[in-house]
Write a protein that binds this ligand. Structure first.
Ligand code: NZQ
Ligand code: ZN
Length: 384
């Protein structure tokens, strides 16, 4: 097992009715900026619950954060924070709203020339306003991690950035908020969670047995619970299990002491930047092809995945990996996901553009740093 430091200060408040606890969790003195998206919270009762809990607080709002949040929008919010002397940010929404709020928190406190430098040039985040989250879409784990992914419309880029200063002070997870989610977003959340686990699990073996079992527990729970969402067994506990899986998948816990491979995400972000495809749908296309391409260096873990997740007992390595990848694709397809570019009506002409662009910015990705422009191109060509 590799050396590691683990630190996660996020207070999680989980369960039915927990939005009311904002009253105690949000500090009373500073002015609060409530950040939200395109209005779903106004149709499912979440906005009213937040308003009721913050009745005694001084709250202003910034609405209109878009899916795959834009730098151009976040900068307007950061200006508002400075003009109004806001001292605390409250994100209410999915990963896009939480990520945008993290960028706003850092941008409003940034003393350099251009806050985009924190994203593109990895200029250090030196300060950030405190923030809290109310999660309405279980998927990204943004509520308990230091990451955010920001897009820039003017350059059609989508790039992650991170800082320990961006840990939320608290996150509220009420599974009841998920009942208004369209099936497409529920499916997105399951696949995003599944891929987050795989990218911390499917690398090479470092004898981190507990972490492997923790990853497998999440994958098996997703496979068990996901089908219930679309039938008579759907209920609060299904939502609660899926919500907790999403948080556990990317709170840095699975990452302890193991190698990681975030190349599916790196390629997926480029696909979204180029074509506007939903984050998780891009991952569903890329990951099976990437695992296939990397079946030799990942063979030990792919076999473990085949045996322990999909119950494959076949002793031939290649045949077991083939079947595991077929099972993975079928799981995604049963959720309505595309697993090929053509399923998502994406022309193969984007492949060269994506591979060149990512290859230039990050010349070597993957746990062995062995994926270059040519490899990225080959992976995407296998998805046509
Ligand atoms: O904008 P509103 O009106 O809120 O509608 C949203 C949006 O249209 C809607 N929605 C959210 N909660 C709802 C709801 N509709 C009905 N009922 C509810 N309860 O769902 C749509 C999608 O929301 P979005 O926040 O974009 O989805 P998601 O949570 O999947 O977030 C995706 C973003 O997170 C980034 C992705 O790249 C993408 O930009 N990620 C962030 C990560 C992180 N911070 O660690 C890791 C992930 O890998 C990911 O990259
Ligand atoms: Zn993701």
């Amino acid at each position: 097992m590799n050396n590691f430091t683990y630190y996660n200060p996020v207070r999680i408040v989980f369960g039915r009715g927990s939005i009311a606890q904002l009253q105690q969790l949000v500090p009373t003195n500073p002015k609060i900026l409530l950040v939200y998206g395109g209005g779903s919270i106004k149709h499912n009762g979440v906005y009213e619950q937040v308003q009721a809990a913050l009745n005694d607080h001084d709250v202003i709002e910034f609405a209109g954060i878009e899916p795959n949040p834009l730098y151009e929008t976040c900068i307007k919010a950061a200006d508002l924070v400075k003009q109004e002397g806001v001292g605390f940010l409250l994100a209410v929404g999915g990963g896009s709203v939480m990520d945008a709020t993290k960028f706003i928190a850092a941008a409003a406190a940034y003393t350099g020339a251009d806050p985009w430098d924190m994203v593109l040039k990895k200029a250090p985040v030196t300060d950030a306003l405190p923030l809290g989250c109310v999660v309405t879409l279980p998927a990204t784990g943004s509520e308990t991690n230091i990451n955010a992914v920001i897009s820039r419309a003017s350059t059609a880029e989508k790039i992650p950035f991170k800082s320990p200063l961006l840990y939320p002070q608290f996150s509220i997870l009420d599974p009841d908020t998920t009942f208004s989610l369209p099936q497409r977003q529920l499916a997105n959340g399951i696949v995003d969670t599944f891929v987050h686990v795989c990218e911390q699990y499917l690398t090479y073996d470092v004898h981190a047995h507990l972490q492997d079992r923790q990853a497998e527990a999440i994958l098996l729970t997703l496979i068990q619970e996901a089908p219930k969402l679309f039938g008579p067994d759907d209920d609060y506990d299904v939502r609660a299990n899926l919500m907790w899986c999403a948080t556990q998948a990317l709170n840095h816990n699975l990452a302890c002491g193991v190698p990681m491979d975030w190349s599916t995400h790196a390629i997926g972000h480029e696909l979204t930047a180029a074509c506007g495809i939903d984050h998780a749908r891009a991952l569903a296309i890329v990951m099976p092809a990437l695992l296939d391409h990397q079946r030799v260096p990942k063979a030990d873990k792919l076999l473990k995945f085949a045996h322990r997740i999909w119950g494959i007992t076949c002793t031939d390595t290649n045949a077991a990996i083939d079947t595991a990848l077929q099972c993975t694709r079928k799981f995604f397809q049963d959720l309505g996901m595309p697993t090929r570019l053509s399923d998502a009506h994406i022309p193969s002409t984007v492949i060269a553009k994506i591979a060149n662009r990512l290859g230039q910015r990050c010349p070597h990705i993957g746990e062995h740093q062995n994926l270059d422009t040519k490899a990225i191109r080959a992976i995407l060509e296998a998805t046509i």
